[in-house]
Design a protein around this ligand. Structure first.
Ligand code: SF4
Length: 218
């Protein structure tokens, strides 16, 4: 069980970050647990909406995928075994779904949402939803919080080692145990190829951030 002082501190910090996000045009709220976040996802995602879920451990860890599927929402994802062509099509469908449901690699305390991507589909889906251009719903654990932009980018890069292990990518950082800035050496296994910093809600699009007072994903 979480320490009660940590629970109180997370709520105080969470309220401050929510205000910072709102100043930047994002809808935002703080909830204490992953179970609360799941409840809110089911309220915020319309029944019957298609939902694109990119490579996110957070969303899967709270059971959102199964809960949405069980309710009848159509899920688009490129997770698991697929041919390269099936994966390409699935990524396109994720990005043009009614709702793009994802986490983030880092969230600064002043409300900037930071993501690093190797393929580019995830950061593209966060910025632009094609013809639909609808609704981006973020679920972000407290472990993703960073103090400023530089710290946020470093925090985002720190997710690369477990992601590389998950995807069986032999990146230089998985061998070194830290980022060795392989992007400057043309490393073919580098996973930090595109960085998106959402400074404000992108014009004409709805964003909602659920900040969760627990560690979720990596
Ligand atoms: S070593 Fe390369 S892949 Fe690993 S975190 Fe650094 S830039 Fe990203």
């Amino acid at each position: 069980m979480a320490n009660e002082n940590v629970v109180k501190a997370n709520a105080i910090v969470g309220a401050t970050v929510v205000k910072a996000l709102e100043r930047r045009g994002f809808e935002a709220e703080y909830v204490p647990t992953g179970a609360d976040a799941l409840k809110r996802i089911l309220e915020l995602v319309p029944e019957g909406a298609s939902v694109g879920i990119p490579g996110t451990v957070t969303i899967r860890s709270i059971g959102a995928l199964d809960a949405l599927k069980a309710r009848g929402n159509t899920i688009h994802q490129h997770w698991g075994k697929m041919t390269p062509e099936e994966r390409r099509i699935a990524r396109d469908r994720e990005n043009s779904a009614d709702v793009f449901l994802t986490s983030a690699n880092a969230l600064t305390r002043d409300g900037r949402i930071i993501n690093i991507d190797g393929t580019g589909n995830r950061v593209a889906g966060m910025a632009w939803g094609g013809e639909n251009n609808g609704f981006v719903l973020f679920v972000i654990g407290m472990n993703k919080l960073a103090f400023g932009l530089e710290d946020g980018i470093e925090r985002a890069r720190s997710a690369t080692i477990p992601n590389a292990i998950r995807q069986n990518e032999p990146t230089a950082c998985t061998k070194a145990g830290q980022c060795v800035k392989c992007s400057q050496s043309g490393n073919e296994y580098g996973m930090c190829r595109a960085i998106l910093i959402l400074e404000q809600a992108v014009k004409g699009r709805r964003y909602h951030v659920i900040l969760v007072g627990e560690n979720l994903g990596y």
